[in-house]
Design a protein around this ligand. Sequence first.
Ligand code: ZN
Length: 382
Amino acid sequence: MPAAGPPAAALDPSWVTADPTPLAPDHAQRLAELSALDPALADLYRRGAELLAGAADVAALHERQVALLGRERGIVTRGLAELPSLPVEARKVRGRGLNLIKRWLSEIEAARRLVLERAAETRETIDVTLPGRRPWVGHRHVLGRIRDELLDLFHGLGYSVYESPEVERDEYNFTKLNFPPDHPARDAHDTYFLTDDVLLRTHTSPGWVRAMEERKPPLRLVFPGRVYRAEQVDASHMDQFHQIDGLFVDRNVSMADLKATLNAFARAIYGVEARTRLIPIYFPFVEPGCQMDVECSICGGSGRVAGEGGARRCAVCKGTGWIELLGAGMVHTEVFRAVGYDPEEVTGFAFGMGLERIAMMRYGIPEIRMFLENDVRFLRQF
Ligand SMILES: [Zn+2]
């Protein structure tokens, strides 16, 4: 007749096990001794010992101890409680085996508890000989580093830096740069106007006007800074970004000088193998004007990138395979007249580029928004 009481606990098959030998050096002999009595008893002992040895902390150890040796439902305890219902011979063998298992598992449980408690004590102790934790130190923003790199490059070509205001007069941002009164850039949809006459500069080119009004030619200047456009924000447009303009004014400056300068620039930034192209384009303040494109590094010039469910259009180059790197051209005679230079005496070229675009191409950054989101996981990569 089975003993009354709750059913025995179950051992969770997901519990981690470990070799109990370090806790019980005579583990193998114990297994042999139990096998001689009954292989099923040896199995129970082996399983219990491995589970106790595998407990990762005191709570897990307690849980396993309760399942094996607990007073109510412990598997060994229930086995002992059922002994009176067995025939005499079986009762003797099983009783001896279960009592051995109970003692040995209790010993292993105690040994494992000691190991876990000592480990916890060690963790809680402060080791004064350990080196201090290094405080987290930031570094310069990727755009600041690119800007300095470009300024170094232009310094080597003989250019000095000229800083001009971010809050600018309409006259400097547009009128003296030969923007006609009805030019779309003068619309409030494209430009942040503070008053009818004052605005956030839309490019760094107003610096040319200020520099030329202050100084006599020859001039060889670069104009770094932040500019603002009332843009719809997307993967390659922000309503604020950074530019560097360059201006070279002297006698007999030609388009060939401009091309040579841009080529030196492209080679220094992208290496000699980077493919570029010059195409004619209109800007009010240059004549002739051109645009230098560089092959899109995100899609390798194919215009398509692999994505979930097949290739899709490259968002950075909008599927064209090219990215507009900079605009350039020969300074317009009307601009020279506006600052009091004589276009019969001097000529000059100018160029302007976006720092974000250069950084995106250089590092394969897919979204211009990432520069301003201040996500440290992004920023610490550079
Ligand atoms: Zn692309």
